[in-house]
Design a protein around this ligand. Sequence first.
Ligand code: S3P
Length: 420
Amino acid sequence: MRVDGELRVPGDKSISHRALLISALGEGPARIRGILDSADVRATARVLRSLGVAVPELSDDFVLVGVGHDGLQEPTVALDCGNSGTTARLVAGLVAASGFDALFEGDASLSRRPMRRIAEPLARMGASITFHGEQETLPMTVHGAVLGDVEWESETASAQVKSALLLAGLISGREVIVREPVRSRDHTERMLAARGAEVWVNEQAVMLLPGARIAQLDVDVPGDPSSAAFFAALAALADEGELRLPDVSVNLTRVGFYLTLKGMGADVASSNERQVGGEPVADLVVRPSRLVGIDLPPEQVPSMIDELPLLACVAARAEGETVIRGAGELRVKESDRIAAVVANLRAIGVEAEEHSDGMRVVGGRGPLHGFVETHGDHRLAMAFGVLAQLPGSEIAIDDRDCVAVSYPAFWSDVERLISR
Ligand code: S3P
């Protein structure tokens, strides 16, 4: 199998959500270029429209007119967050500080995901959240209030929790300090700082100073390293070829997968590093090589949390064992990504074992045959989609269309770059 050519992957999902949310809170027009047009980002656009922001239909280059820090309107409908945890959690922070109530809903997967992690700190600031079922999950109503300062120690590294609090602090003019065990992706603090808010960061904590105001700024969304990762894996596992991936975000809080792949022996080169809108971006080149298993250091997990299903799939074709630990968060993603990845690896003939906070995968060269159940989880579809391309694989995937959550053109991009 040959993987060859050039692919500019779609815009980064995390930055795309924040481009909409933060531009909505600025005053006047912001030009947004290269946004990801996928189901998750559409959910954020839809929810903002329900909050009175005139978000145009998403396209590669459009203008969003912000309503300012206190311009959001009380919604007359439930906020439908679809499959998107980022939408639900970040917008909960906005509503908490906006002084009105809003009902949040999501699909079956999102309605299983924990919301206590934002409810607790937002309550500490003065807002309250009512859960409408037996669990602390959606549907929930966020009751906005006049908020106070908060200093919060997050149990897990979560950019969604951190961002919900920072956005609540921005709207209410309060001081916010968030500490995390390991630093999570830092796009919110970068965007706020680029717009003039005073944000201090170090390895352990981020602090938004009180009275922060943001100026409006245009956004150029870099390519998504989490989407590019599938193609980097494909090129590393190929027999021949050379894949170029231009304009990929190489933000240090996001590049764990590439460092790990290199640690497994992959040939990954990066060049032309530059800053685009306050984010580091580079052009990557990946060539085939022999891979060996790895014992992943737990502190590496946050910077590749969304790539762990893919790492497990790559590990299935590496020499020796791969062990992932300290990744209990995987159980509360779009699916239980520990149980689902291990069950699917076994279903296609790979030796794998589930641990409470990770997994062990034994690499090999045997044929990969079987049926993969994605549970509607886009990253599972794409990770096993990579293995499905390898010579001799006969892997059927139950729901190929769920890639629309983050990468609608995934399958056609795969077809374009592979020759068999
Ligand atoms: C995201 C944060 C991560 C990540 C998710 C996107 C974000 O979730 O898994 O895909 O945009 O803030 P957590 O904050 O729950 O780790």
